[in-house]
Design a protein around this ligand. Sequence first.
Ligand code: AMP
Ligand code: MG
Length: 321
Amino acid sequence: MASRASPTPPSSPAAPTPESIAYAGELIGAGRLVAFPTETVYGLGGNATDDHAVAAIFAAKARPTINPLIVHVADADQAAAHGMLDERSRALAHAFWPGPLTLVLPRRPDCTVSRLASAGHATVAIRAPAHPVARALIAAAGVPIAAPSANPSGRLSPTLAHHVADELVGVFVIDGGPATLGLESTVVDATGPVPMLLRAGALDRAAIEAVVGPLAAPDNGAPRSPGMLLGHYAPRRPLRLGVKKVRADEALLAFGPTPLAATTVRNLSPRGDLIEAAANLFAMLHELERCSCTAIAVMPVPDHGLGEAINDRLRRAARGH
Ligand code: AMP
Ligand code: MG
């Protein structure tokens, strides 16, 4: 167990300094967990090659162990040490890494990522994040970092350090400010002949299809992304989607230049921009679930571009309550 940790550990949430990142890297090396910013949402990370650290991630989140974790690496070379990339997955990694794309790859026979992180599957989900703090942490830790979103399983994803600190008490958090994209990564299964979209996310489908052609739809027979089966993103208030009129006891999550009338309103994007809406989605749901309303009414959000992922999260939040 490494323990060259600084004499006085930085207090948490810590500003992202070389010292706090080095300290976080030492924690990961010692099998402990760290919450850190990425461009998608805040992650709860541990050494992906350490079964105990991976088990601690599942325990801290109360995450069902059937739901595998995404492993964060520096680049395609580090990914190739654990997963098998074919021509198409290489093209995707080349086009979008570092960035918000996760590739589900066949595990290499000598893959050292904990099998628990793969939830027992013969695949490993890998991404190279773009956020400078995440990249610095991966370099400092010197190991691939398994990191799901840093929230209790089933709760809203954290896009601010205080979202993490409020719900995962005692975890060391590096505060990198608001997650810039605000939506989880897009997950693509690259194990079959045609890449398949497993989860819509911060990288929109059109960008991926421009590189590898049309993505296969998930087949209903064998759900390959176990996490998508679970109730998810449950806010503390029920959500009503696609509303045209807000009830007196509801708060409003609006979209666009002409919000409906309501006493408590957050507008995902007054100018109707889906990128801005994605970045605001979880933070605004966090705010609205704390207001004195009985429910959250949500205006329709167009389904193109990032709207596909935004509407996926909204539907699951409505279902998950
Ligand atoms: P989260 O950690 O909440 O961002 O969720 C990660 C998503 O990636 C979940 O929907 C998982 O089901 C999916 N995922 C992770 N690893 C794999 C894998 N090996 N095979 C298929 N899906 C995976
Ligand atoms: Mg999550």
